[in-house]
Design a binder for this molecule. Sequence first.
Ligand SMILES: [Zn+2]
Length: 68
Amino acid sequence: MKDFIEVFVFNDQPTNCPICGLRTEIILDLYDTIEQTQFHKCLNDKCKFEFVMQKDDKNEARSKTLDT
Ligand SMILES: [Zn+2]
C-alpha cells in the first residue's frame, strides 16, 4: 500500500492536497512516533488523492547518509 502513495515533506503551511489544493483529512497519524509520518486523504470527492507527509529532518538525515 505504501508503495504507490507519494511522500511529501511537512512545511509551514497547513497541509492541503497537492493535486487540487483542497483540505485533507488525516487517515493515520504517526507524527508522534519515530516515523513522524501522517497519511492524508483529500476531502474532494473528485480527487481523493492519498499521500504521506513526513518530517524533513528524516529525509535530510537519510540523504546525508547516502552522500557519505
Ligand atoms: Zn485533491
